[in-house]
Write a protein that binds this ligand. Sequence first.
Ligand SMILES: [Ca+2]
Length: 322
Amino acid sequence: MRSLLLALLCGASIAHAEKHPGMTALIAEIAGNDADRAAVLTVLLNRAEKQPAILEAIARPAEKTKPWFAYRPIFMTEARIAAGVNFYRDHADLLAAAEADYGVPAEYIVSIIGVETFYGRIMGNWKVLDALTTLGLYYPPRQPFFRGELIQFLNLPATRGVELDLVSVQGSYAGAMGLGQFMPTSYVKWAVDRDGDGKIDLWASPADATASVANYLAEHGWQSGMPVTLEMTPGPGARRLRDTGLDPVFPLSQLVEWGYQPSAAVDPQTPSNLLRLETAASEYSHFAIFNNFRVITRYNRSPMYAMAVHELAVAIAERVGE
Ligand SMILES: [Ca+2]
C-alpha cells in the first residue's frame, strides 16, 4: 500500500516536471548551488498552473489592432474622467507630495492609474505566479522578457520592504501588479514606501502606489514643467512624414519648417518629434511630441497609450480646477 502511494506520488511529480519545460534550468539559474533555495523554488513552481487563456490574450493587445479613433474611447469616458477627479480629490495631499518630490504633475500620476486599473478597481485577478510561468516558459515570442520577469518575481521577497505571498498574489495576465501595474523588475527598481510603514504595498497603500508611479516617470527622465504634446495644424504643402519615431530629435522649429503650425506657444527650440493619429477613417491629427511623451511610452510603448494618458490627465486636471 505504502509503495503504491509512493509510486503515485512519484508519478505525480514526474507529470509536474513535464508540465514545465525549462523549469530545471530556471531553478538552477536562480538557486545555483543552494539546494535549499532550489527546493523552495521547486515547490513554488510546482504550484504554478499553465493558463491557455493568457496565451490567447497576449497574442492580441488592443493598441496593436485598433486605430486611434477606436482606442481613444476606451479610456476617454465620462466614467473614467469622473472617477479620476474623485481619486484626485480623495488623495490630493498624497498627490501634492508626490508632485513636489518627483516633479510629475498629479494629474499624470492619476491618469496612469486610471488607464492601468481604473483607479484600482481592475488590478487583475490572475495569479502572478501562473501568469509569469505561462509566459516565461510557454510563450516563445517574448520568452526572454517574461522569463526575466519570472526570475525577478521569484526573487521579490529578497527586496527590502517587499512582503508578498508569491503563491497567491494577483495581477494582470502579463504579471503586472497593483494600482500602477508594476512588473516585477519595476517593483524592484522603482517602487517606493511612501507612507513610512516599512513595506512597499502597491495595492492597498495609495501613498506607496502614487509615489511609485511618480518615481517611475521621474527616473525615466520626466522633465518638470515641460510640455507632453501639442496639436499641430498642417498647412498647405506640409511635408508628409511617417515613422519618425518617438524620440524628441527635432527642434519644434523644424516641424514648423515642415509646414506644421503649433496650437499654442512653446519654445521653438524644444526637442520634439511629429506624431499623427487617425481620428476618423483616413483622417489624421498631427502632434508635436516632447520628451515627457516619450517618458510615458516607457510605461507602455504604444504612442496611443501615451496620448490616452495625456488626454485623460488634461481632462481630469481641467475638472479638478473648476
Ligand atoms: Ca508603505
